[in-house]
Design a protein around this ligand. Structure first.
Ligand code: GUN
Ligand code: FE
Length: 454
């Protein structure tokens, strides 16, 4: 008993809500959740009446116990399976153009500024803090092509304490002169970036939270040679891979003109060794059945970015079909194609998208919450590490308070916990995220003065 208690770093007492499967949310009342000093969930006791708590907590210091009130509950942290760190600078702007014109007009000029490391430091500090504040405890980040700025992003994520996949973007064709690499420099800098993250991780006294991810921007901006080299790097270092796929009809047409030897867009990535169980493809709006089948065959995951797909008028992905085919799906904000860095907004846009596609097969709350948490964990191939409160997983979580100061949610006496939870999903925002935990530790965000760039 004593040794067990002494390795316990925190205990939560109150309501816990998590996904057991895509069909089932579990509401644990009067739960006691024990976190060990490695940030793992050591023990979970359900339905503990007040008068039994003392006995259950024997040997645990009182200052390690967090007691929730009736308006508070704990949920797994959100997982953003697709977000562009440099694009936060124009989040909320520039929705007048479709994808390829949007990239040329807004995105590429702004990303080129990250050649400046100081600028990158200021902007990335803000970008990561905003993501974390919104409850994203794990994110799959696209940076830019610039090696120094990519290292800055890693340092900032490390400092702020988010779990992340971070990608140095690769672009060696069909890109403006001010944002392009040669094949050689692209491969060399990617290798240097991977080595940098590995070296940084080796110096930590805890299990690393950051993993480098191979990030060809999309097939249009990479030659066949470069894609092949990136496929080899992914294999050599055993790394995840992320890119964009079937987002927009003009993009698909241009891609097929560049890679006529591949049978379809999805096959372009497969043909270059870039489609496997650690691959995350954003969008997948206009997929042929055989492309979805190829995703399934390779066990690759999809990041559904509905907010972005509406803003850039890309179309509406058929998530119901993906779920029916048992393809891994998670949610992505796709800042700044998406105007919000919040996965709650991604969840709401996903619901609207499903309703607009087919009112008979609308995504249910149970499914949406699963996509925002467990679905994302599966897409990242981290389903054994995060996503819900299974014993042995690491504790990444949000302590939600539906009656926090300035809460956009109003709760009433007769509201059940299920009602409060649903209100948070559809009306709540970061003001309700009272505390955020990653790997069992509370995240301390930099104060807004440090994070702001004037
Ligand atoms: N396709 C290639 N690059 C991008 C990007 O930055 N955002 C989106 N939404 N799609 C892309
Ligand atoms: Fe994107």
């Amino acid at each position: 008993m004593h040794t067990f208690a002494s390795s316990i770093s925190k205990v939560f007492y109150g309501t816990l809500i998590h996904s057991l499967s895509i069909k089932e949310i579990e509401y644990i009342r009067q739960g006691l959740l024990f976190i060990d000093d490695e940030g793992k969930i050591a023990k979970l006791v359900k339905n503990v009446p007040e008068d039994r708590v003392e006995a259950e907590l024997e040997g645990v210091d009182e200052d390690r116990v967090v007691r929730l009130n009736d308006d508070q509950f704990i949920i797994p942290g959100f997982i953003d399976t697709h977000i562009h760190a440099p694009q936060y600078t124009f989040c909320g702007n520039g929705h007048d153009l479709p994808l390829l014109e949007w990239l040329d007009t807004y995105t590429f000029p702004r990303e080129s500024k990250f050649a400046d490391k100081e600028y990158a430091h200021k902007l990335y500090t803000k970008s990561v803090a905003r993501s974390l504040r919104n409850g994203t405890t794990s994110a799959c980040w696209f940076a830019t092509i610039h090696l120094d700025a990519c290292k800055e992003l890693v340092n900032i994520i490390q400092e702020q304490g988010q779990r992340a996949y971070v990608g140095k973007v690769n672009m060696n064709q069909n890109s403006p002169d001010f944002l392009i690499e040669t094949t050689e420099s692209s491969v060399r800098d990617t290798r240097a970036f991977i080595e940098y993250v590995n070296k940084t991780n080796a110096q930590l006294n805890h299990k690393p939270l950051i993993t480098p991810i191979i990030t060809p921007r999309f097939a249009i901006s990479c030659t066949s040679d470069l894609l092949t080299e990136l496929g080899k790097l992914a294999k050599e270092y055993n790394l995840p891979i992320q890119s964009h796929l079937c987002e927009n009809m003009n993009e698909i047409g241009f891609t097929m003109s560049l890679f006529p030897q591949s049978v379809n867009y999805t096959a372009v990535y497969a043909d270059h060794g870039l489609l496997n169980d650690r691959t995350i493809m954003a969008h997948c709006v206009h997929m042929k059945d055989e492309e979805l089948d190829l995703m399934k065959e390779k066990n690759a995951g999809i990041s559904h970015c509905a907010n972005s797909n509406f803003n850039l008028k890309s179309g509406m992905a058929d998530v119901r079909k993906m779920i029916n085919k048992d393809i891994k799906v998670g949610l992505g904000t796709d800042v700044a194609g998406g105007y919000s860095p919040s996965i709650l907004e991604a969840l709401r846009a996903s619901r609207s998208c499903s309703v607009a596609r087919n009112a008979d097969t609308t995504l249910l709350v149970t499914e949406l919450f699963y996509l925002a948490t467990m679905g994302g964990a599966r897409v990242m191939e981290l389903q054994d590490t995060i996503g819900n409160f299974q014993i042995g997983k690491e504790f990444d979580a949000i302590l939600v308070n539906t009656s926090a100061d300035n809460s956009p949610v109003d709760v009433f006496d007769h509201d059940s916990i299920e009602t409060k939870f649903e209100k948070y999903l559809f009306v709540g925002d970061d003001r309700n995220n009272e505390k955020i935990y990653v790997q069992g530790k509370e995240v301390r965000l930099p104060d807004s003065k440090v994070a702001s760039h004037k």
